[in-house]
Design a binder for this molecule. Structure first.
Ligand code: CMP
Length: 147
């Protein structure tokens, strides 16, 4: 199947997940609305329940961290909504939109300030670099799922 995804814009993508507690609380629609209102275009979108081994693979970079097992247990505890987002300066603009990892430090008006419960249950994930955005997008989406 041919995709109409524009590869010229690949450096301007980021990857996000609406995490289990935010999906469970029915905040996914409000969060996606904020993302679109901030100028991001949804390139790919899906709801998926990660297995523990898929979550472990996704977060393998944190393997040595003390919170790794908690993170894996949490991210595989219920469905998430995964998305690829496109915008100029996607990675840095998205990190501004979501706010600090710890919601106690997140700027007022950011997604984490308004929807996160805690450092672990922090509502959304956002890629931390262009390189990781590509890796994370490829982890979740095939080429024919991007438009
Ligand atoms: P995320 O942006 O998805 O990337 C890694 C995640 O690990 C992070 O969001 C937090 O949810 C989680 N995390 C980071 N630091 C801690 C911590 N000290 N305790 C628990 N979870 C953490």
């Amino acid at each position: 199947m041919q995709s109409n995804f524009n590869y010229k814009t690949m450096s301007n993508i980021t990857f996000t997940m609406v995490k289990p507690e935010a999906v469970e609380a029915k905040n996914a629609g409000a969060i996606l609305n904020r993302i679109e209102n901030a100028g991001f275009r949804i390139v790919a979108l899906k709801k998926v329940h990660l297995s523990a081994s898929r979550a472990a693979e996704f977060y393998a970079v944190h393997k040595q961290k003390p919170f790794y097992q908690e993170l894996i247990d949490y991210m595989s505890s219920g469905p998430i909504i995964a998305a690829i987002l496109e915008k100029e300066n996607a990675v840095s603009d998205f990190r501004k939109l979501i706010g600090a990892t710890n919601p106690e430090n997140a700027e007022p008006g950011t997604i984490r300030a308004d929807f996160a419960e805690s450092m672990a249950k922090n509502a959304v994930h956002g890629s931390d670099s262009d390189e990781n955005a590509q890796i994370e997008a490829d982890f979740h989406f095939s080429v024919d799922e991007r438009f």
